[in-house]
Unconditional design. Structure first.
Length: 303
């Protein structure tokens, strides 16, 4: 398969649709002013072959894709104990919903909704400098320095009333160990990280390599843990659109409201698409189309 030709063809096919449908995230000015008519796609195979096309080296706000790497840090540091206060079921609700937390005693459904990622971040804050560890992990995984966007982090903090409510609500059930301030500060910074499609396709490489670091070959996660992350991506990685993703694409995916989506083809490759305009659940509209085309053309699917 000539992946470079395929990715270029996907870009050419989608170009006429750029900026025509969907809404760029508008809850903070730094995301609202991102031009909608951008599209990038990149992949890295298990054995290190790379292909990329369109705006594949343009950095964007990774937002909830950071939840994947926060979970990885939590699994590395805590193993099975991480699951004492975090579930593994899809929520079927919007990513920032509060409703299930009340009847479920402050235990979030999964690590990929906001409540779940805030709970994971609380565990990280108890163990080490969660902000530094996140940048360290990503820098190591993609072999290039990765940084926060301080303007985005400050805006997230200034407008993150739901996240502040989620953290306090879980704290009221005794499920958050630290003061909510430092936990939210780390969570908001994680959301603000800027990376390109190519950097994310590289960084997620351990997920198609049974947990092995894309460059050094060290175990980032055990084989079993990597399989579990993929299972969670498939069932929970795209919020209340997880069923639609499984139906149309059939790959483990993790999305963010910056318009990025990371997808894993186990034992083959990792893929990242980016286009800022979103559908109603907060997933990139053209990103979904591109993944559907990629899965259709290559025949890759976990089903
Ligand atoms: O915490 C939030 O609500 C945003 N900073 C991130 C949300 C996000 O990316 C959810 N994704 N689709």
């Amino acid at each position: 398969m000539d992946y470079q030709l395929l990715l270029e063809d996907i870009v050419d096919t989608l170009r006429p649709e750029l900026g025509k449908a969907g809404q760029v995230a508008s809850y903070i000015p730094a995301l609202a002013r991102v031009p909608a008519a951008q599209f990038g796609i990149a992949l890295r195979t298990c054995d290190g072959q790379e292909a990329h096309a369109g705006d594949s080296t343009t950095p964007f706000s990774i937002q909830s894709i950071s939840k994947l790497f926060a979970l990885t840090l939590g699994m590395q540091a805590m193993g099975e104990k991480l699951w004492e206060r975090i579930g593994r079921e899809p929520s079927g609700n919007p990513f920032n919903s509060l409703v299930q937390l009340e009847s479920e005693q402050g235990i979030p459904r999964n690590p990929f909704i906001n409540a779940g990622a805030i709970a994971v971040t609380d565990r990280l804050v108890s163990l080490f400098d969660a902000k530094a560890h996140m940048l360290g992990l990503l820098t190591s995984l993609c072999g290039e320095p990765i940084a926060f966007d301080d303007e985005v982090a400050a805006s997230e903090a200034a407008t993150g009333f739901r996240n502040i409510a989620l953290a306090n609500f879980m704290k009221s059930f005794g499920r958050i160990d630290n003061d909510v301030g430092p936990v939210l500060d780390a969570y908001f910074h994680h959301c603000s990280i800027r990376m390109s499609c190519l950097q994310l396709a590289r960084a997620a490489g351990y997920l198609c390599r049974d947990g092995q670091h894309p460059y050094s070959g060290e175990q980032v996660l055990t084989e079993k843990q990597a399989r579990r992350v993929n299972a969670l991506m498939l069932t929970c990685g795209t919020y209340d659109a997880a069923g639609e993703f499984a139906f149309r694409i059939g790959l483990p995916c993790k999305s963010g409201v910056g318009g990025g989506i990371v997808a894993v083809v186990p034992d083959k490759l990792t893929l990242c698409v980016w286009s800022p305009a979103l559908e109603h659940s907060g997933n990139s509209l053209l990103g979904m189309k591109a993944l559907e085309m990629f899965a259709g053309r290559t025949g890759v699917s976990v089903f």
